[in-house]
Ligand binder design. Structure first.
Ligand code: GDP
Length: 296
């Protein structure tokens, strides 16, 4: 992940450091290289363009180069802007005192949605001392509903189901009731996934949202799918309203475009990353650590 982008940025900034006197044309040449590297990493075109414009303005606007050497100053500006691109500060899940807090997990089939729902439950139980309850409202794919049960069992989490029911809204409503009655403070709803965005799926998600009033709606995106993931996130946000993103398969060799574009395009931050198939392979997303890794 980010390897090729990281190599290119490091090389460009190293060349910049090698210049005796740093002239605006040197900065511009470096910025052209950085822009290309971002596009090759599959960063959204407009996001890359705006990024370069901001770095350029800051770099050339430095009238007095204080403390740091000029090239170091540019490196610092690139670092700061990368952190911004990745979402600024780390974003946590936001909980209220209302019980249960509902977290809806949405996304396309195959993105890692069901696995991530189980991973979040485990993470919350381990790290935030929460008492989660799981429910699947994927009434179209019995295998998906079964898969959540397998994950619940393997991770020791509680799960609610009405095996006879094929009504997603009823399942969600009854799960909220069950959570309230049995003292679960967090209800994680694994919603149905589809191969493509369709009106029926979106309508169903809006109905579940209206019924359960979630504190978080997390969109699960497969980092390997790059700009497709960004476009889907944008569409889910427009139609349902998301509060954050979980980027899965960050352990793969994705180029990084999704991670670097989602916040700018949707306005919503990446909150967690999936880093493996195991149920504890979930980490909060730290923009500064990623930027440091990219720039080495
Ligand atoms: P869903 O259809 O969106 O619910 O997707 P699943 O949760 O069934 O996941 C699809 C596949 O992706 C499964 O084989 C998961 O083990 C795998 N998967 C999910 N998250 C990750 C991740 O962060 N890293 C890796 N390597 N595989 C993942």
């Amino acid at each position: 992940m980010f390897e090729s982008l990281s190599d290119k940025l490091k090389r460009t900034l190293k060349n910049l450091r090698g210049e005796g006197v740093l002239r605006p044309e040197h900065v511009d040449a470096a910025l052209r290289e950085i822009r290309l590297a971002l596009l090759e990493a599959d960063v959204n075109y407009k996001v890359a363009k705006d990024f370069i414009a901001r770095v350029r303005e800051k770099a050339l606007g430095q009238e007095v180069w204080q403390e740091l050497k000029p090239a170091e100053q540019v490196v610092k500006i690139v670092y700061d802007e990368l952190v911004e691109l990745l979402g600024g500060t780390s974003s946590r899940l936001v909980f209220t005192r209302q019980a249960p807090n509902v977290v809806m997990v949405v996304g396309l089939q195959g993105s890692g949605k069901t696995t991530s729902t189980g991973k979040i439950a485990l993470w919350l139980a381990k790290n935030e001392e929460r008492k989660p309850l799981l429910v699947s409202t994927d009434v179209y794919r019995p295998a998906a509903r079964e898969q959540l049960k397998v994950i619940a069992k393997a991770t020791g989490q509680a799960i609610f189901d009405l095996p006879e029911s094929n009504d997603p809204v009823l399942l969600a409503r009854e799960a909220v009731r069950h959570a309230r009655d049995y003292g679960y403070d967090t209800l994680l709803i694994d919603t149905a996934g589809r191969l493509h965005i369709d009106d029926q799926l979106m309508e169903e998600l809006v109905q579940i949202k209206t019924e359960t009033r979630p504190v978080e709606i997390l969109f699960v995106a497969d980092a390997m799918t790059g700009q497709d993931a960004v476009r889907s996130a944008e569409e889910f946000h427009r139609r349902v309203g998301i509060t954050g993103v979980i980027l899965t398969k960050m352990d793969g060799d994705a180029r990084g475009g999704a991670a670097l574009s989602i916040k700018q395009v949707t306005g919503q931050p990446v909150k967690f990353v999936g880093v493996g198939e195991k149920y504890d392979a979930l980490e909060p997303f730290y923009p500064d650590r990623i930027a440091q890794r990219i720039l080495g």
